[in-house]
Design a protein around this ligand. Structure first.
Ligand code: HEC
Ligand code: HEC
Ligand code: HEC
Ligand code: HEC
Ligand code: HEC
Ligand code: HEC
Ligand code: HEC
Ligand code: HEC
Length: 388
């Protein structure tokens, strides 16, 4: 042993407590740095380095995510692109290392080719079911008992249903038949025809697909019903539950309403949606001019832009309220009533959003609903702030 090392060890022995403390600090620091690195390399900003494009499709995965409902609700890349639990997290991280290696070794063309042809199993249905059903969540948790919730690195690790689902205002897609504004039985369709989530929700998040594409997908089977209960194209009322609710002024929790000016006067869905039989499902403001003079285009625009602005504001307040509620839970405050009110507000908010017309179907009712959502949010905030 060299003289220097001996001196050092001697010094250490004399300052045992100091050395122990320093070692502990170093280990903690190292662990902290590592966890920070793990966090940083899980953030969308990191993915953006190599997936930087704008819009939709290959290379634009971060931008397309940013504009999705999932991003709005705080669901991030590794919540879908990594399986639940610590093992799933580590595997996703190793996949990330492979990404970096590939970035350095393949050509840009090869990269685009890979991104344009994602494997059918890239995000398996099981992953979606983990958040969107109670049964799928329980089954996964049972199978991977020991890997859950050791550390919470992602939203995914804290998903326990039905609580998560309800607090996000989401239905259980395998047991509820009013989902996303549509009357639709997932379990019947998935089990009868062995469909995966992406059979219908193709290109969820990263691709541009119109709602017409999705409706056409239904019509591949629903163009005839052969005596079954499968609704045909003309049966708008059967599938479009949220739009019927909006037109009739019913459906929101705790908000009284009346039928829209048009619907209440006997105008049917088809009288405005005159192109539906020809596959032009979505009318524009021009449809108003069929019955009114051209000034009514302006009424359409006013209705839509006011509602849109109010919804945008409410989306921001929504995140604030959710954070406040979680914070209050951490401090062990009583939040049962506040959460229930929040869920009700979300339900009503989603009814307006799922109607998809920014209040054009029934402007007065849509406004009344959004006002009630704003009031609910304000009252929750007030209640939690007061008793602080
Ligand atoms: C250093 C550059 C780089 C970074 C950073 C990066 N990626 Fe990638 N990613 C790539 C490359 C290159 C490919 C194509 C080759 C491959 O499959 O690894 C790719 C492919 C993918 C794929 C498709 C894999 C497949 O099999 O089709 C997914 C999903 C993905 N990345 C997600 C992410 C996520 C999520 C992040 C952030 C946590 C991220 N990437 C960060 C370079 C990167
Ligand atoms: C709600 C789940 C979900 C979230 C959140 C999500 N993705 Fe995806 N991602 C998918 C699905 C499903 C696919 C399969 C292909 C498809 O449908 O586009 C996919 C495909 C991809 C691909 C393969 C290439 C492509 O364009 O299809 C990349 C790369 C990718 N995602 C990156 C990301 C990044 C980066 C983020 C975060 C900024 C992210 N994803 C967030 C579900 C998600
Ligand atoms: C970590 C949990 C989580 C995972 C995993 C997840 N989702 Fe979601 N999903 C959510 C939340 C939360 C919302 C609510 C968004 C909101 O409030 O607007 C949502 C919304 C949706 C919606 C409603 C429309 C929209 O885009 O906002 C659809 C459809 C959907 N998810 C399908 C899927 C599919 C298909 C997958 C698998 C590829 C998936 N989700 C994976 C949590 C998840
Ligand atoms: C046969 C087609 C089909 C299949 C397969 C399918 N869905 Fe759906 N899904 C729909 C339709 C239709 C809606 C309602 C309209 C919309 O939002 O697109 C919907 C709505 C949803 C919503 C929105 C709920 C809300 O309240 O906002 C979620 C979440 C969802 N589906 C998840 C899934 C998951 C997870 C799978 C796979 C297990 C799946 N879906 C498979 C057709 C399908
Ligand atoms: C693979 C063929 C197929 C596809 C694709 C399909 N359906 Fe169906 N659907 C059926 C059949 C068959 C029935 C009749 C079931 C019966 O009467 O037993 C049905 C029944 C229904 C019903 C009536 C049953 C109920 O729940 O009240 C609705 C509503 C419905 N489908 C909506 C949709 C929507 C929305 C889509 C597109 C997202 C869709 N279907 C896609 C085959 C399909
Ligand atoms: C079998 C069920 C079904 C029937 C019947 C049906 N639709 Fe749809 N329609 C859908 C689904 C599913 C979507 C996609 C919803 C989504 O993704 O949010 C859709 C989407 C639409 C859209 C949005 C199109 C776009 O690209 O923006 C319009 C408008 C529409 N339907 C009108 C009608 C009208 C009018 C009728 C009656 C003539 C009708 N639908 C009958 C299931 C149906
Ligand atoms: C006064 C005319 C009018 C009546 C009546 C009407 N609609 Fe619409 N509907 C519209 C217009 C206009 C749009 C497009 C709004 C936009 O783009 O902002 C639309 C959009 C839609 C959409 C697309 C929503 C989305 O998610 O993007 C659906 C679905 C729909 N209507 C169904 C119905 C059904 C079902 C009925 C009957 C209960 C009905 N509409 C009655 C004018 C009407
Ligand atoms: C199929 C014919 C028809 C279409 C299309 C139609 N309306 Fe109407 N509208 C009516 C009828 C009928 C009434 C009720 C009778 C009345 O009070 O004049 C009405 C009443 C109204 C009123 C209240 C009374 C008034 O005249 O100011 C407004 C505002 C209105 N419509 C706006 C619109 C807008 C905006 C659109 C396009 C989204 C539209 N309408 C599309 C037939 C239609």
């Amino acid at each position: 042993m060299g003289a220097n090392v001996k001196d050092f060890l001697g010094w250490c022995r004399r300052h045992l407590i100091l050395v122990t403390v320093m070692t502990l600090v170093a280990v903690a620091g190292f662990t902290y740095v590592n966890i920070q690195v793990l966090h940083m390399t899980s953030e969308p900003e990191f993915c953006h380095l190599c997936h930087p494009a704008k819009g939709f499709g290959a290379l634009a995965e971060v931008d397309s995510w940013e504009h999705s409902g999932h991003a709005e609700a705080g669901v991030s890349c590794l919540d879908c692109h990594g399986r639940p639990g610590v093992v799933g997290y580590v595997k996703a991280k190793l996949g990330g290392l492979k990404d970096v290696y590939m970035q350095l070794t393949i050509t840009p063309e090869e990269k685009i080719h890979i991104l344009e042809n994602p494997g059918a199993d890239l995000v398996p249905s099981e992953q979606c079911m983990f958040c969107h059903t109670d049964e799928g969540n329980a089954a996964y948790r049972k199978k991977h008992k020991y890997t859950m919730q050791v550390v919470e690195m992602r939203m995914l690790d804290s998903v326990i249903n039905p609580e998560f689902r309800m607090r996000k205002g989401l239905p259980d897609i395998m047991t509820d038949t009013f989902v996303g504004g549509t009357h639709f039985d997932h379990s019947f369709h998935i089990e009868s025809f062995e469909m995966e989530c992406n059979s219908c929700h193709f290109g969820l998040i990263h691709q541009v697909n119109t709602k017409s594409d999705r409706m056409n997908m239904c019509l591949t089977c629903h163009d005839e019903n052969e005596g079954s209960s499968a609704p045909l194209l003309s049966e708008c009322y059967t599938c479009h539950e949220a739009q019927v609710a909006m037109n009739t002024g019913l459906g929101a929790k705790g908000v009284a309403g009346e039928a829209s000016l048009m619907y209440g006067n006997g105008i049917t869905c088809e009288e405005c949606h005159i192109g539906a039989e020809d596959g032009q499902y979505r009318p524009t403001s021009e449809t108003c001019v069929n019955c009114h003079d051209s000034d009514y285009v302006e009424i359409f625009t006013d209705w839509a832009s006011e509602t849109k602005a109010q919804m945008k504001e409410l989306k921001l307040i929504r995140s604030e309220v959710e954070l406040l509620l979680k914070e209050a839970d951490k401090r062990k405050r009583t939040t049962t009533e506040a959460w229930a009110r929040y869920e009700k507000a979300l339900y009503n908010f989603r009814l307006v959003r799922n109607d998809g017309t920014n209040g054009v179907h029934n402007n007065e009712y849509a406004n009344a609903i959004l006002d009630s959502v704003a009031l609910d949010f304000r009252e929750i905030q007030k209640g939690l702030n007061e008793a602080w």
